[in-house]
Design a protein around this ligand. Structure first.
Ligand code: RUB
Length: 328
């Protein structure tokens, strides 16, 4: 079964990071499932299901680390599969896709707002908050704290090689939050100027380990050394169910050209460039995870996972998981 053009285009945008950030990837992937259902000419529920499975497969092959992507797809596809056992009316099934997609997207946006409100309670007037990369949820905390009347300022790292720090700095600037913009390697130098660190997450493992932009674990280490509180802002759909059975979250390794352009590498046969996009921060370095359900210690991640996925059979969970990106 071929994937439709809309899904193919979105897959390309995710791979090339024109669409990026764990929450946004999930929302757009789920929206693409909805559009697939709306535009489909399928006359039978089986045919619509096959089209949706093909779209899901293409989207799961885009980027391997953000667990929000398979979790968003699971949210819709479990409901589709369940409905397909109960109806042969293709329009009914289409409605299930539309309803569940809208529900996921709305819940996701509400979750980010809730994280902002909950996380803001952890920020005190005058706090300097260090952040890394570009996380909607981490920014939501700073925005809420400002809205709550607290004077906050931020230290923002560039987040090379993709420079997501520029997006964060610009957004905070536009919110009227003062920013000190630094190179990644200055994070330890500035750590004792920060009262707190707030970062986002691409995935949270069952043991509370946090997977986020490369450099996050260094920031956690520096925070630990300086006794600076290290907070993670993560919606619960970023918690990885596979890690409950000992699976690891795959760390995406991107094209070396993002680090060193090909023309600069030409002829330098002894140089190999590595470009891991994420790293793993062990739970010992995480003080708390701010979720839309409340603030939890990293050790309680397993409880969130059991609550969210405990009733789903393992083989079903394993069916929708990120797969290595397919080069086209
Ligand atoms: C983005 C990144 C963000 C998380 C959380 O990496 O590491 O911190 O995805 O973002 P990339 P959000 O730019 O490689 O996608 O809170 O917006 O979901």
């Amino acid at each position: 079964m071929k994937t439709n053009v809309f899904v193919k285009n979105l897959a390309k945008q995710i791979k090339t990071m024109r669409v990026r950030g764990a929450g946004e990837i999930a929302r757009q992937a789920v929206e693409a499932l909805k559009i697939t259902a709306v535009r489909s000419n399928a006359k039978a529920t089986d045919d619509l299901t096959i089209e949706l499975e093909a779209a899901a497969h293409t989207l799961l092959g885009t980027r391997p680390t953000a667990v929000s992507l398979p979790n968003g797809i699971r949210y819709v596809m479990y409901r589709v599969r369940d409905a397909a056992t109960k109806t042969t009316d293709v329009n009914m099934l289409r409605k299930v896709v539309i309803r569940s997609s809208n529900e996921f997207i709305e819940n996701s946006r509400t979750a980010v707002d809730r994280i902002g409100q909950i996380g803001s309670k952890r920020i005190v007037d005058g706090d300097v908050v260090m952040t890394h990369c570009n996380s909607t949820s981490a920014i939501a905390i700073l925005r809420s704290a400002k809205d709550d009347g607290k004077r906050v300022s931020a230290i923002v790292t560039e987040s090379r090689p993709f420079w997501q720090g520029k997006l964060t700095a610009r957004t905070l600037n536009n919110l009227g939050i003062p920013v000190t913009y630094i190179v990644d390697s200055a994070m330890r130098y500035f750590m004792n100027k920060a009262d707190k660190v707030v970062v986002g997450a691409d995935a949270v493992a069952a043991n509370g380990a946090v997977i986020n932009k490369i450099g996050t674990s260094l920031m956690a280490l520096a925070a630990h050394e300086a006794r600076t509180q290290f907070l993670v802002a993560a919606e619960t759909y970023k918690f990885s169910p596979e890690t409950m059975v000992g699976e690891l979250v795959e760390i995406e390794e991107r094209n070396p050209s993002e680090v060193l352009p090909e023309k600069e590498r030409r002829g330098l046969k002894m140089i190999k460039v590595r470009n891991p996009s994420f790293d793993v921060t062990p739970p010992e370095y995480v003080d708390a995870i701010v979720t839309e359900r409340g603030v939890i210690p990293p050790q309680a991640a397993i409880l969130i996972l059991q609550e969210s996925f405990g009733k789903i059979p393992l083989e079903e969970l394993m069916e929708y998981r990120t797969i290595p990106a397919i080069e086209e």
